[in-house]
Design a binder for this molecule. Structure first.
Ligand code: PLP
Length: 408
């Protein structure tokens, strides 16, 4: 066994779910952009919390609550370090990326006036489209969209032409969930700041594949979901620059987000608690901490190189199949590849792959406007994670060729 396959098989052994058959074939899980599998350490951390420390956080002075609070807050610091935020006060817990963007749209609305412009892109997930469309209706903001260039990237010239003194916000995905394309967010942020617009980066697809440094990016806000990073569902992170978060009103009202309540006047808690009304997903946050510890145990550059080799192999092999139309071939990508098969629906291809134990995603990938731009109803998306192997990528290609022969 080569050094590199030993490295991956050791890593993979932490994910027992991958060790199963589906339709009598060994499972090949290539739907990681939808959600990733969880290592044993995450499952163990959650069960340890429920078996030993279960109590509400921040609210009591008893032992269990103290233990739960200490573990819970330690993860906030771990996330701060993971994305290189300046302070743990800048890390707000949410349910996920969707809630993070909705939270921002709701509270930033207080700073927007009728006619102010928000810019998104043609590559956005519905979670980064619909909350802004709601503000078009409720606050009269104007939503502008950066189109795709001929080479399947964001058209940066068109972006520059959209920016003006009316632009108050730019909200862009770091990596397209449907195409895997990595956007030049640092440049996008720099250009937005030149007109004093704030920038939100949707990092849902990026955190598991890239090294994210929010200070280096200089983004104003960064959101992601824990479940795409080997951690549980129902937990997400909203990063915001402290001075900006301080100026924003709270979103939801309730326990935890207040300093004092009376029928005359209520005062709000300080950061980060101002944005965290109600009991949080304590077990989920603790699971995220275990996922971050797990990832830290591996050489990040080596993991990225491994994922890139899977992507390159698969893209090359797909482009050699005559029936395949690849989207954004040759463009800098991470995590995912999208394609269609001439004359066949993406859903049928995904179903026939599943019959051979291969899990991929088909459809619009919650990016219907992007599908219209690409002139298709949906694509087949293959998405990788650190535990996938070259053998799995090969099995996927063989299974695809086999089903194409069958369909002839
Ligand atoms: N943004 C992007 C780019 C995504 O890929 C996703 C999920 O696939 C989301 C937002 C929404 O994430 P969640 O459903 O975890 O809130």
């Amino acid at each position: 066994m080569s050094n590199s396959s030993f490295f991956i098989s050791e890593l993979r052994s932490h994910f027992p779910i991958l060790n199963q058959t589906v339709n009598d074939f060994p499972l090949v899980y290539l739907d990681n952009a939808a959600t990733t599998q969880k290592p044993l350490a995450v499952v163990d951390a959650i069960s340890h919390y429920y078996l030993n420390d279960n109590a509400n956080v921040h609210r009591a002075s008893h032992q269990l609550s103290n233990r739960a609070t200490t573990s819970f807050e330690a993860v906030r610091t771990a996330v701060q370090q993971f994305i290189n935020a300046k302070s743990s006060k800048e890390i707000i817990w949410t349910k996920g990326t969707t809630e993070g963007i909705n939270l921002l749209a709701n509270v930033l609305a207080s700073q927007l006036q009728r006619g102010d412009q928000v810019i998104i892109s043609a590559m956005e997930h519905h979670a980064n489209i619909v909350p802004w469309q709601m503000l078009v209706k409720s606050h009269g903001i104007v939503l502008k969209v950066i189109p795709l260039s001929a080479d399947c990237c964001l058209d940066l010239e068109a972006y520059q032409a959209l920016l003006n003194e009316k632009t108050k916000l730019v909200s862009i995905t770091h990596i397209s969930n449907a195409l895997g394309v990595i956007n030049p967010v640092k440049e996008i942020i720099k250009l937005a700041h030149q007109v004093d617009a704030q920038v939100i980066i949707d990092g849902a697809q990026a955190v598991a594949h890239l090294t994210v440094d929010v200070q280096d990016l200089d983004c104003d806000y960064y959101v992601f979901s824990a479940h795409k990073l080997f951690a549980p569902t129902g937990v997400g992170v909203l990063y915001g620059k402290q001075d900006l978060l301080e100026k924003l009103p709270p979103w939801q009202g309730g326990g935890e987000m207040i300093k004092s309540v009376s029928f005359k006047e209520t005062t709000y808690n300080e950061l980060p608690f101002k944005f965290e009304a109600g009991t949080p997903n304590i077990a989920g946050v603790i699971g995220l901490g275990a996922a971050l510890d797990f990832i830290k145990g591996y050489d990040h550059e080596r993991l990225k190189a491994h994922e890139q080799s899977l992507l390159h192999f698969t893209e090359k092999a797909l482009s050699a199949i005559p029936e395949v139309t690849l989207f954004c071939a040759g463009v800098k990508k991470s995590g995912a590849i999208s394609f269609t098969i001439k004359g066949e629906s993406a859903a049928d291809i995904a179903m026939l792959l599943d019959a051979q134990g291969i899990a991929v995603r088909s459809g619009s990938h919650c990016a219907m406007p992007l599908m219209s731009e690409l002139n298709c109803n949906g694509t087949v998306r293959v998405s990788f994670a650190i535990y996938n192997t070259l053998e799995e990528a090969q099995r996927f290609i063989e299974a695809l060729k086999k089903l194409l022969q069958m369909l002839q």
